[in-house]
Write a protein that binds this ligand. Structure first.
Ligand SMILES: [Zn+2]
Length: 159
């Protein structure tokens, strides 16, 4: 049994609005929020965690690339700056575009390294950014559905 917060009428537990005064009992959901706000409030925690984890892998790769660039090849610093900027944009800016750019850049830089040095070294970048792109795609899909009012909770959806 619950009571209307507006008029105090006694109502069944599953009531979504007051049958006496008509007041809505559910807190209104503001669907007009940014993608970043959506991620912070309504998004499925697993997907958000995936983005965070892939960003951590990227930061680790970044640290390794930085050490190698300083020790062996200063040109590698360009890679570090570009990939580092994109990782920050993806992680802190919650930007899907940055995640996609990161994937493209890591594939290109791996191919260049493979051709020029014969070493297949950037595969972890590809894995991490590919994972981030997948998570972002699922999140954008859930965000659009949320804005359209199809689901209040992304976990209710089959992605
Ligand atoms: Zn009422």
């Amino acid at each position: 049994m619950k009571f209307c917060t507006t008029c105090g009428a006694q109502l069944p537990d599953d009531a979504t609005y007051c049958t006496s005064c008509g007041a809505s009992l559910a807190a209104p959901v503001n669907r007009n929020i940014s993608f970043k706000e959506y991620i912070g409030t309504y998004a499925e925690p697993t997907l958000v965690k995936n983005i965070k984890s892939s960003a951590i892998v990227c930061y680790v790769c970044l640290a390794i690339s930085l050490i190698f660039a300083i020790l062996y090849n200063y040109l590698g610093l360009i890679d570090v700056v570009v990939l580092g900027g994109l990782t920050l944009g993806m992680h802190l800016g919650k930007s899907k575009a940055c995640a996609i750019a990161l994937l493209v850049c890591s594939i290109l830089s791996t191919l260049i390294a493979l051709v020029s040095t014969g070493q297949f070294s950037g595969w972890l970048w590809i894995v991490a950014s590919g994972w981030a792109v997948t998570s972002f795609s699922k999140l954008t899909k859930a965000y659009k559905a949320f804005q359209a009012g199809e689901a209040t909770n992304a976990a209710d959806m089959t992605l």
